[in-house]
Design a protein around this ligand. Structure first.
Ligand SMILES: Nc1nc2c(c(=O)[nH]1)N[C@H]1C(S)=C(S)[C@@H](COP(=O)(O)OP(=O)(O)OC[C@H]3O[C@@H](n4cnc5c(=O)[nH]c(N)nc54)[C@H](O)[C@@H]3O)O[C@H]1N2
Ligand SMILES: Nc1nc2c(c(=O)[nH]1)N[C@H]1C(S)=C(S)[C@@H](COP(=O)(O)OP(=O)(O)OC[C@H]3O[C@@H](n4cnc5c(=O)[nH]c(N)nc54)[C@H](O)[C@@H]3O)O[C@H]1N2
Ligand code: SF4
Ligand SMILES: [Mo]
Length: 726
């Protein structure tokens, strides 16, 4: 061990990171100073949709440090623990470094040429045999916008299958559908700044303290201007609920009753804006009649809240100068997700709390580029929020691309859950997963397992291997990840930000974009679909032309400007300031939304409602965060939260190991946490851990409109874990 290393060790400095240099000082002896990176690369965080700007320090070709960009308007220099440790992902163990092809049952290394030749041969062979739509593709909200746009063209126009969707259907689909139902188009109307301008903020099913920490910072009391009231609607006492002025611990899935009840009180007590309703909405009379039944008494019975609380919250919302509603997965992850979003939009519309500073119904997105996927589309919409069923939209795209209009589908293909069920039913024979890990993230694992085993050819394109999903693959394509490629992400407030390459990808891993072009080449469509393209900048330029004049118009942006200015928001700070909506009448639609019980109610045998979600330290299926030591050691395993009343009844003690059993399967060996965070009759577990996979027990029930799964409620029982049972 060198003397320098022993000094570093003695000082408790991590010698592996080599982030320090030492100088001799006559007074203090050796002094450690942070090693100055050779350069700092500006980029955007690749985890969540807050979209923090960051600077990554590079030394000797390695990323050695990450800092918040003090000039970035989103985060003003702050980062959460995942952002601060994000550079470690670039040399984390477990990266996929070479293409692997299954031969005689085993995944063996092959050249890129062989890998892609086989892939194209298999896919086109299967399509020739079973029809073009026998190929299903599932992408992600974690690719660059340029990647997603390129992939959409490849799948829909190159392979000619409509069955193209993304993990975003497990996430944002209900918000997209709800916005379309109310406003005629997707597009979150507000901005983060509205959270500081609002005098009332209602957060529904959004635990932003864990999941959007830097956005949450804007709500911190020290950041509050004036007398803002924070109301949090969540069955759990989350960290965010603990910050609230009013926490509404609603019974699971009673949100629609609460929202309709608020509308009832607003109308009853004259707190609606008749001017806004008359000028900018349709179907108010029907709506007002519909919510008559949602009296405070009725709503109190459904939600478990007191009548007085419901009236108090309605009055706060109705009397606010500017009220903001933010929501995330507690709303979207439901068989009634799309309609719950429409109900939220109703509140904003009848009070005119939309299109003004501080006033917006705002879907907080999840993944770093969930928005980019929505805009470039080719899943539930055509690129640029165009509609499959609109002939003019299709013709416009055909003109822009110089192709025959017949090649553009006039209806969307299968959504993600339907692709999976289609594989089980023998309709989908080949599957391609790009940057998603469904074995951990898709509900009701046994059906997915059947699907993955049923297809004739399964390709998994991922930055890591093995993953629980790549273990099933016939072909694994090693991809570059965040920090190894260049392009843009769009955050929750429609801010398009620049993402830069910091290091080169490990081994033979290649950027997703390069992989798509190489496949297009083999399909013989490269010149037609991507004329002269070599880099993602080419994709960005075409996307600018395709989005020009649309709501999500990128035509005025340049990459340089996005990098220099910390991004730019398409649509400006807020949409619908003029009250004109992209519907046939130019008015928004009010919807009558019934509150239905969730699909699988607890009973004598399965007596708990299981809720699943997240914690600040981990990202989704942990392919990244399990490999970042400082994050994984903070939260190394999953747990189950249970109320003390239930634990006493089941004679369980803190730290007991338990098994969660549903009608479908069981999750073994979870640590029990006895806590008032969950109400009696409910239990909660994080979904991050493949070892204790929550989706073994969750339910395969989907929203009929958005196709989003009902991840947040299913019926389970809890037993003491017994080693002998496994
Ligand atoms: N640290 C971290 N941050 C992340 C992610 C991550 O994996 N880790 N993932 C990102 C992604 S993709 C997403 S989509 C977001 C998700 O962000 P969130 O939506 O905040 O995350 P969840 O924990 O899934 O669910 C939010 C809350 O919904 C509540 N809930 C459950 N049932 C109901 C109900 O019936 N009604 C109401 N009102 N609430 C209910 C849960 O108790 C939970 O507290 O986070 C993003 N940020
Ligand atoms: N029970 C339950 N299940 C849930 C949820 C829940 O709350 N409860 N939440 C749902 C939600 S909201 C979401 S968004 C999903 C997320 O579910 P997934 O999409 O399955 O989650 P990730 O772990 O983010 O998977 C992304 C994969 O892409 C790889 N990857 C990362 N970057 C790149 C890249 O640039 N290129 C390529 N090719 N690969 C890359 C990663 O290694 C990882 O394997 O989970 C859903 N599942
Ligand atoms: S809040 Fe989200 S975007 Fe910001 S540093 Fe954390 S994970 Fe990254
Ligand atoms: Mo998500």
């Amino acid at each position: 061990m060198s003397m320098l290393t022993s000094i570093k060790r003695a000082l408790g400095i991590d010698t592996r990171q080599e982030d320090y240099t030492f100088t001799k000082d006559p007074r203090f002896g050796h002094i450690a100073t942070a090693r100055v990176a050779e350069k700092w690369v500006k980029t955007t965080c690749g985890y969540c949709s807050v979209g923090c700007g960051m600077l990554v320090g590079v030394k000797d070709g390695k990323a050695v440090a990450a800092r918040g960009n003090p000039d970035h308007p989103v985060n003003l220099g702050k980062l959460c623990p995942k952002g601060l440790s994000e550079h470690h992902v670039l040399d984390a163990p477990g990266r996929a470094t070479q293409p692997l092809l299954r031969k005689d049952g085993k995944l063996v290394p092959v050249s890129w040429d062989e890998a892609l030749d086989v892939m194209v041969e298999k896919f086109t062979g299967i399509q020739a045999k079973y029809g073009r739509e026998a190929l299903g593709v599932v992408g992600t909200g974690q690719l660059l916008t340029e990647d997603t746009y390129t992939l959409g063209k490849l799948v829909q126009l190159g392979f000619g299958t409509r069955n193209n969707d993304g993990n975003t259907t497990l996430c944002m689909a209900s918000a997209v559908s709800g916005y379309k139902l109310s406003f005629g188009s997707d597009g979150p109307p507000g901005s983060y700044a509205d959270m500081q301008a609002a005098d009332v903020i209602l957060l529904i099913g959004a635990n932003i303290a864990d999941n959007h920490p830097i956005l949450c910072h804007r709500l911190d009391r020290t950041n509050r201007k004036g007398e803002m009231k924070l109301i949090v609607v969540d069955p759990r006492v989350t960290k965010t609920a603990m910050m609230a002025d009013i926490h509404l611990p609603v019974k699971p899935r009673s949100d629609i009753a609460l929202i309709n009840g608020i509308a009832h009180v607003l109308i009853r007590d004259g707190l609606v804006s008749h001017d806004y309703i008359a000028a900018h909405t349709d179907d108010y009379a029907e709506f007002a009649t519909f919510v008559e039944q949602f009296t405070p008494k009725h709503v109190a019975a459904v939600t478990g809240l007191s009548e007085a609380r419901i009236v108090e919250v309605a009055h706060l919302y109705g009397n606010a100068k500017a009220a903001f509603i933010g929501w995330t997965m507690g709303v979207n992850h439901s068989t009634q997700g799309a309609m719950t979003v429409a109900a939220i939009n109703n509140l904003a519309l009848i009070t005119g709390h939309i299109g003004r500073g501080g006033a917006a119904p705002f879907s907080i997105t999840g993944q770093c580029n969930a928005m980019g996927t929505r805009e470039t589309g080719f899943t539930s919409s055509l690129p640029g929020y165009r509609k499959y069923e609109n002939a003019e939209h299709r013709e416009e795209l055909a003109r822009l691309w110089g192709i025959d209009v017949d090649r553009i589908p006039s209806a969307r293909g299968m959504a993600y859950p339907d692709i999976i069920e289609g594989a089980v039913a023998g309709k989908i024979k080949a599957l391609w997963f790009v940057a998603t890990n469904p074995v951990v993230s898709f509900p009701n694992f046994s059906v997915l397992d059947q699907a993955l085993r049923s297809v004739e050819f399964l390709v998994v394109q991922d930055g890591f291997h093995p993953t629980p999903t790549s273990d099933y693959a016939h072909l694994v394509l090693p991809a570059a990840i965040w920090g190894e490629k260049e392009g843009t992400y769009t955050n929750s407030e429609r801010r398009v930000s620049k993402v830069n390459a910091i290091v080169t990808p490990p081994g033979e891993a290649r950027p997703d974009f390069d992989i798509f072009l190489a496949i297009a080449e083999r399909l013989g469509v490269r010149d037609e679909l991507y004329p002269g393209w070599t880099t993602t900048a080419d994709a960005f330029r075409e996307w600018q032309r395709v989005s020009a004049g649309r709501m999500c118009d990128y035509s005025g942006f340049t990459w340089q400007q996005l990098e220099d200015e910390g991004g730019a928001q398409w649509g400006g700070e807020r949409l619908y300031a003029d009250g004109v909506f992209p519907t046939a009448t130019g008015r928004a639609k009010l919807h009558c939304v019934p509150c239905l019980p969730f699909a699988e109610q607890p009973d004598g045998e399965y007596n708990f409602v299981l809720n699943t979600g997240r914690t600040v330290e981990h990202w989704h299926t942990r392919t990244k965060t399990a490999n970042i030591e400082m994050l994984d050691t903070m939260v190394p395993q999953a747990w189950l939260e249970m109320n003390p009343v239930d634990a006493a009844q089941l004679k369980l003690k803190a730290h007991d190991r338990v098994t969660v059993v549903s009608r479908r399967s069981a999750v073994n060996n979870l640590e029990l946490r006895i806590t008032g965070i969950v109400a009696p009759g409910q239990v909660f577990m994080p979904f991050h851990f493949s070892e204790t996979n929550s989706n073994l027990v969750t339910l395969g029930a989907f929203d009929p409109i958005s196709r989003e799964p009902n991840f947040k409620q299913c019926a389970v029982r809890v037993e003491k874990f017994s080693q002998t049972l496994i």
